[in-house]
Each structure stands twice: as C-alpha cells, then as structure tokens.
Design a protein around this ligand. Structure first.
Ligand code: ATP
Ligand code: MG
Length: 574
C-alpha cells in the first residue's frame, strides 16, 4: 500500500525514527492496510506531560500514515479508577488537539470476551486456578538466577479448573483466595513467563461495568486482547514492558486470534528535570495539599499546564522535538520552556504590567496632562497592530527597577541615571525616597521633552528601557509567579532517610497581590495569553474576575535552553 504522508505541523520535524521505520516496512510488506494505534490510559489519575508524549506519538502516527488512533480506557483495576478521571482524560486529549472520532473504547466492555478466552485457555490446558497466597506465588516464582517451583495446583484437571474458575466468577470465593494463572513455563529465563496471574478475585464495583464482575483481568492478559479486539496494528508502550512482550505475544498466539496480530513496540518514557511524573506521587501532592489541585499550575499534569497557560501547540512541538528513542533519559525542563516561548513569541500580544508598583513622579510634566503613545502589540507580528497608552505626570514602575544607590552593572533608575520609558520619553532619575527599612517608596525624575516616543534627538544612548503604566489608568491585578515544584533537578536526589517530598521547593509560588495592568486586560478571557513586557508570558487564571483579574506566569523571557543548546552537539539536542 502506498504511504500517505500528511504534514503534522508547521514546525521543522526531526524526520524519521525507529517506530516510523517499522510502520513503513510493515506497510511496504503488505502486513497491514490501515495503521491503527491507541492511547490506553488507566483512569486512575490525571494525565501528565509524559502521557502527552504518548498521545502526540500515537495520534500523529495515525495521522501521518492515514490511519486512526483509538482512545481506550484501560480500566481493569476498579479500586483506583474514577469517573472524574475519565472525564478529565477526554478533555485533556481533545485540548491537546487530537480527535478519536467514533473510536472511544473501554477495556471493561471486553470483559465477557476476555472471560470466554480465559475458559478457552483452561480447556486447552494452558491456564489453571491456583490457591496459593500472593506471598506463596511470589516465593515460588524464583529469581533471575533460580527457576520457579511449580505448585501442586498446576496439575489440576481441566474440569476442576473450569469449575473453580466459574465459581470464582460467580462470587463464591473471597478476595485474594484464588487466582487464574497461565500455564507457561516455571523455569523460563523471563520471569514474566513463569505462570503469570491472569485473573484475581476482587469484590468491588467498577466505574464503567458496575457490579457485573468480581474477578478482574490483569494488565498482561487484558492488554494484548484489547489490542487484538480493536485491530490495533502497532501497540506502542514504554520500555518497562519490553520484558512483557513475549507474554503479550503468547496470549495472542495461544488464542489463535486472527492475523495480523498487533505488534508491541516500546519506546523511552519521558522524564523531566525538576518534575515527578508518577501518578501515585502526583496524587500524593494533591491529597496532602502540597498543591492546590490536579490543575495547580505547578503540576506537570495537562490540566495544570493548561491552567498555567501553556498552549497545546507548545506541548506538541516539544513532543516532536524530543522525538522517540529506545533508551531512557531525562529531558531538561528548559527545553520544554523553550518550546513554550517559541510558540508564545509569535502569538502572544504584548502588554504592560507592573508587578510590584512604585510611583515615579515626573516633576517637569504638567499635572492633569495626558498624552497617548502608540506601542506595537507584537513586534514579531506587524499585523497585530498598535495600541494607545496614556502617559501622565505620575507613573507606576517596577520596584526592582529603582535603587537608591546603584550596583555594578545596574543601569536602571538611580539618582542621576537616564533610562527610556518604552515608547514614551527618556527620563533622568533625580531622587529616590525610601522608608525606614530602605525599601523604595517613590522615585522622582525629569523627562527630556525632546525625546518624545523614547528617542533622544541627539541620538545619545541609554542602557535600560523600562515598562510603565499611568497611575489611575491601570487596573489592579493578582499575579502568580511560579518556580519549579522541586528544588533539585532530580527530586529523588536525597540523603538516606529522606524522601522526594523533602525536595519540594518552598518558594514554588510567589503572589503579587497589587500588580497594575493595562485596563483592557480586565476584560481578557480566561486562558488568554500575553507577554507582559520584560516579565514573561502570562495567562488569565480561572479565578479571574473583571474586578480582580488574576494572571499566571507561564514562563519568564529568559531562555536558558538557548544557552544550554549551544554547548550540546546537534545529536544530543534532539
Ligand atoms: P500507572 O501504570 O502507574 O497507572 P502510567 O503512567 O503507566 O501509570 P497509564 O495510564 O497506564 O499510566 O499510561 C497510559 C499510556 O501513557 C501508556 O501507554 C504509557 O506507556 C504512556 N505513558 C505513561 N507515562 C509516560 C511517560 N512518562 N512518557 C511516555 N509515555 C508515558
Ligand atoms: Mg500503566
């Protein structure tokens, strides 16, 4: 079959990788007519940026090869699964920009079929009911160097196995008293093949299947069957499952399911510096109140990134940039931020905001006078146009842009120094007023009336350009600034006796409750994104109201990755 290649984005692609090569070869060999992938989350938590990597990969492969990608809930473990998570997953995948069309599935809808297939394996003498306790199963499984030991239940007759398995389903036995195991090879060099558990007893209702079942299939048995039922061609999962692949193939082969069989392909999971990615840990952060919820803007969850203001295009760009590899690694979170900036630089309108305002009085400017200056909405995008900002005798400037005494290499406001007020005038600082603690409370200066628009008539240069707002023309806003949730690149880097929680960064959130922003920002919709000049990219938080706008800082403007990238070879960069 001819390949159909659809451009996936306007961004430069890294080109081919080992997964695309496998798919191309399969298509060339006529193994499949349509490429069908799937994203199979277990609805036991919110999706995170690691899942986003898997989502982007599976959906873009389907798009590129003209096939389709299923969204399937791998809902085989009812005790941890919830409807709330199911809804969040759909919202997140859609927000990332992907569409599963009609192809939304629940593994639990296949429970009857899976059960019938389990009976089939029993009838073939390839599965048996085992009464060992979980500890006994573990002990007899052996180690990497020693083979496992078969238990006495392995010799049960087909009739007895069938009878016991049916009674397991009928609810006759308590939780944990029996399991169904595949009868493979207790001496296998691959421990996964030493008679793995297929079903366990669990008297628990299921969020999707209700109380229809009190036995539930294990992942290793369920997953290949789910893939086979849906006609998945390429079942892409993370590297931990590499050693499970023989088992994946074994179930499909023994059940003699129709060809072509789905092929499991493993790739390296995404790990990010300064971030934890396990759902269990993310749940702990939420339940124990370290963050404000699953969508806290400091969380690596898709809901958190969305609330923070990260555009979905940036996540897709990041997934493309990191590509897929066969070896686990940790990606520098600054590469992610770099992708966020790359998208926002082109798209985010520029605005003025003063986070920690202090008053600048222009002593040679008439009281009551208002002048309007035109400033560009986005220098990267001339079509974005200009807007008018009022200029008055009293202005707000950033407290950290003022010092009573200069430091080396400090070029902003201090007595005697001249700076540019962007788009307005050059101003020379004449006086800085401080309180008892030395904190700046007011600054006074004089403009050069000849520098209207911010350019000196004689072409003299100033080293700093500051943002500003006219007092009385702004709106007060709350601005939330974020740092990494963890203080160390590797949250697990702790001395003995400590845990990853000891690496939580106590300064991950800083609130500026009395920021000043351009008045039009009060009307901005939740989720709208802006560049506040010199300060970073910001988005309107859902807590925002027109009376009290609330903004999250998405990222600062400082691109650390650009510096890091220079020191790397091109191959290490991808
Ligand atoms: P758990 O098994 O603890 O529930 P999980 O992160 O494996 O957590 P799943 O819901 O099973 O969660 O994951 C769904 C899909 O997302 C799987 O195919 C998995 O391989 C993929 N995935 C999960 N985490 C990552 C990651 N960090 N990088 C890439 N893919 C991931
Ligand atoms: Mg999993």
């Amino acid at each position: 079959m001819a390949e159909r290649s659809v451009p996936i984005s306007q961004f430069p692609s890294e080109g081919s990788d080992f997964i695309r090569e496998i798919i191309r070869a399969d298509l060339a060999a006529g193994k499949h007519r349509t490429v069908i992938t799937r994203f199979p989350p277990e609805p036991n938590g919110y999706l995170h940026i690691g899942h986003a990597k898997a989502i982007c990969l599976n959906f873009t492969l389907a798009q590129e090869f003209g096939g389709r990608c299923h969204l399937r809930y791998d809902d085989t473990n009812p005790t941890k699964e919830e409807q709330e998570y199911i809804e969040a997953i759909e919202r997140d995948v859609r927000w990332l920009g992907f569409d599963w069309g009609q192809h939304l599935y629940f593994a639990s809808d296949y429970f009857e079929q899976m059960y019938q297939w389990a009976e089939q394996l029993i009838l073939k003498g390839q599965a048996y009911v085992c009464d060992c306790t979980p500890d006994e199963v573990r002990e007899k499984r052996g180690t990497l160097t020693e083979p496992g030991i078969p238990c006495e239940h392995r010799q049960r007759s087909v009739e007895e196995n069938l009878n016991l398995f049916r009674r397991m389903r009928a609810g006759e036995f308590p939780d944990g008293s029996r399991v169904l195991r595949a009868k493979i090879d207790m001496a296998s060099g691959n421990i996964n093949m030493r008679d793995p558990v297929m079903y366990r007893i669990l008297h628990a209702p299921h969020p999707h299947a209700g109380d229809a079942w009190c036995i539930y299939p294990m992942y290793d048995y369920a997953h290949p069957l789910e893939d086979a039922i849906e006609g998945i061609t390429h079942s892409i999962c993370t590297l931990e499952f590499e050693d499970h692949r023989p088992l994946y193939d074994w179930f499909i082969d023994q059940l003699e399911l129709p060809e072509p069989h789905p092929q499991q392909i493993e790739f390296a999971r995404l790990n990010l510096t300064y971030t934890v990615m396990s759902k269990r840990r993310l749940l702990e952060l939420v339940q124990e109140g370290f963050v404000r919820g699953w969508d806290d803007p400091r969380m690596p969850t898709i809901a958190g990134l969305r609330r923070r203001g990260v555009p979905p295009e940036a996540i897709r760009l990041f997934a493309e940039r990191i590509g897929v590899a066969k070896r686990n690694s940790v990606v520098d979170v600054q590469l992610f931020e770099h992708c966020v900036r790359e998208v926002l630089n082109r798209t985010a309108p520029r605005r003025f905001a003063v986070l920690d305002p202090v008053k600048l009085v222009i002593t040679n400017y008439p009281e009551g006078q208002v002048e309007w200056f035109s400033v560009p909405n986005n220098p990267e995008d001339p079509a974005a146009g200009q807007r008018q900002l009022p200029f008055t005798r009293e202005l707000w400037v950033e407290r950290e842009d003022v010092r009573a005494y200069p430091l080396p290499k400090y070029f902003r406001l201090y007595p005697g120094n001249e700076v540019r007020l962007r788009g307005a005038y050059l101003v020379t600082c004449r006086e800085v007023l401080t309180d008892d603690t030395g904190q700046v409370v007011e600054v006074r200066g004089e403009i050069d009336p000849q520098s209207r628009g911010g350019q000196a008539p004689d072409g003299r240069r100033v080293k700093a350009t500051l943002h500003w707002l006219a007092v009385g023309h702004g709106v007060e806003a709350e601005v939330r600034l974020y740092d990494y949730l963890f203080a160390k690149p590797d949250p697990d880097d702790v001395p003995a006796g400590r845990t990853w929680r000891d690496n939580l960064n106590p300064n991950s959130l800083t609130v500026r409750p009395h920021a000043q922003v351009e008045p039009a920002l009060a009307q901005a919709a939740v989720g709208e994104r802006f560049q506040f000049e010199r300060l970073g990219y910001f988005a309107v938080d859902p807590d925002s109201t027109p009376q009290r706008p609330v903004f999250n800082r998405i990222v600062t403007l400082k691109d650390e990755w650009a510096k890091v990238a220079k020191t790397l070879t091109p191959s290490a960069r991808s």
